[in-house]
Ligand binder design. Structure first.
Ligand code: GRF
Length: 218
């Protein structure tokens, strides 16, 4: 008998193209996860419409409605528990999750970042890679810890930085890789194929997954 689908909650603040990639992947017959809930701290986020179009339950938790971060985090946790979410994916979610939230949730929390970490963590990764003169950038899916973009790396994909790139063109090239990488990384996690030893994340023996952290997938 097939294993039950892992229940995934996706946290968003913006356009939600990565959410869309996860929704599309989860429609594939052999995908090991379903998107059970989408939560946004921004009521007008385009991502919410994507969730509704896909018939996925949504929760809107405007962070300004909460007196402090801990109260916001508690509301998040309650929503995730109500929907029996087992894995959280941050997909352009513009809030930092507190240590207490991570401990209380207990399951894996993944994030996607538009740079090859540990280079260019934080808000303006694409702009910073360009300004630095990097010749290669890319994206990283990592486990979330208490820091900002510091958790163990699950998978990375590289893209070239081309002469004449501006922030929009480089971001678009990175986005295209994000949309391939995030569903692959979530698949590994949902199938229970990663093991974490300190900072090191090892993927299982499936040929399709070997070396994911070393080269572009696909
Ligand atoms: C992505 O570039 C992701 O790496 C970063 O936020 C952006 C979200 O884009 N964390 P979208 O909302 O998925 O289109």
């Amino acid at each position: 008998m097939a294993a039950p689908l892992k229940r995934v909650g996706v946290l968003v603040s913006g356009s939600g193209t990565n959410l869309q990639a996860l929704i599309d992947a989860a429609r594939e017959a052999d995908y090991p996860a379903e998107i059970s809930l989408v939560i946004s701290n921004v009521p007008t986020a385009r991502a919410l419409q994507r969730a509704q179009d896909a018939g996925i339950p949504i929760a809107v938790l405007p962070h300004g409605d909460f007196p402090e971060r801990a109260a916001f985090d508690r509301a998040l946790l309650e929503a995730l528990r109500r929907h029996r979410v087992e894995v959280v994916c941050l997909a352009g979610f513009m809030r930092i999750l507190g240590k207490d939230f991570l401990a209380a949730f207990g399951g894996p929390v993944l994030n996607i970042h538009p740079a090859l970490l540990p280079s260019f963590p934080g808000m303006h990764a694409v702009r910073q890679a360009l300004a630095y003169g990097a010749k290669i950038s890319g994206c990283t899916v990592h486990l979330v810890d208490e820091g900002t973009d510091t958790g163990p790396v699950i998978a990375q994909a590289a893209v070239p930085v081309l002469d004449g790139d501006d922030e929009a063109s480089l971001a678009a090239r990175i986005h295209a890789e994000e949309h391939r990488l995030y569903p692959l990384a979530l698949r590994l996690v949902a199938e229970g194929r990663i093991s974490v030893q300190g900072r090191l994340v090892k993927a299982g023996a499936e040929p399709a997954c070997q070396g994911l952290s070393l080269r572009n997938p696909g």
